[in-house]
Design a protein around this ligand. Structure first.
Ligand SMILES: [Ca+2]
Ligand SMILES: [Ca+2]
Length: 220
């Protein structure tokens, strides 16, 4: 507006029209450009879950959810770095991630499919703190790793994000244009193994009620 008024004062009507056209074109193009350049980031996640939806035994809704914010998934996304193309980064955002739990063993998992095989990345956080971050191919049910690697990554309880930096050659070597599908973040709460109590999932957050689920296309 400031620019348009400036040219109006100078009597440049043609210039004014040009400026208006440029501004309109810029406004029209802006959403298109931003949409195509921000795939796979926290603002445009591959999975957007609902909150306050942790389930008892993975089946029953309950309230209040205040004590279960540390296993309540908000979203999950994948990204790559052009100067680090041999890695795929898997990320889960939690409502209130803790470095250690008070009582339970919390299991954070992101599973996906690529080229007819299934993969997971996971970490346990218990009263003793976090285990290593691991990732690898899983059996058909997705319950057990066929093999796995310990990977780099981050458990960031300030920003409530768990990140796995996974070497692509340990997860089927997806290459440019390939699609990562069936992206499924999930959390599980159990009594720790040391408790001697049977290790069944008492609470879970599952993505079947997610607002958004989409595939990820390999960029590099
Ligand atoms: Ca959730
Ligand atoms: Ca959910």
């Amino acid at each position: 507006m400031v620019e348009i008024m400036l040219f109006n004062i100078n009597g440049g009507n043609q210039m004014k029209n040009k400026i208006i056209i440029i501004i309109i074109c810029t406004l029209l193009l802006l959403p298109v450009f931003s949409f195509s350049t921000i795939a796979g980031d926290p603002e445009n996640p591959e999975v957007e879950d609902r909150i306050r939806d942790v389930l008892l035994f993975g089946l029953f809704p309950f309230l209040p959810q205040f004590n279960f914010k540390y296993v309540d998934i908000i979203s999950a996304w994948i990204f790559e770095e052009s100067d680090n193309p041999e890695y795929l980064y898997m990320n889960i955002k939690i409502r209130d991630l803790q470095d250690a739990t008070e009582k339970y063993d919390a299991i954070y998992v992101i599973s996906w499919a690529y080229n007819s095989a299934t993969y997971s990345a996971s970490v346990h956080i218990s009263p003793e703190g976090a285990t290593s971050l691991i990732a690898g191919p899983t059996d058909e049910e997705g319950n057990d790793y066929i093999n796995y690697v310990v990977c780099e990554g981050d458990i960031d309880s300030i920003n409530d994000i768990i990140s796995w930096k996974i070497p692509k050659d340990t997860i089927g070597n997806p290459s440019i244009g390939n699609k990562i599908t069936n992206i499924v973040p999930h959390t599980h709460l159990r009594y720790p193994e040391s408790s001697g109590i049977p290790m069944v999932d008492l609470f879970k957050d599952l993505p079947w009620n997610a607002k958004i689920t989409k595939d990820y296309q390999i960029e590099y």
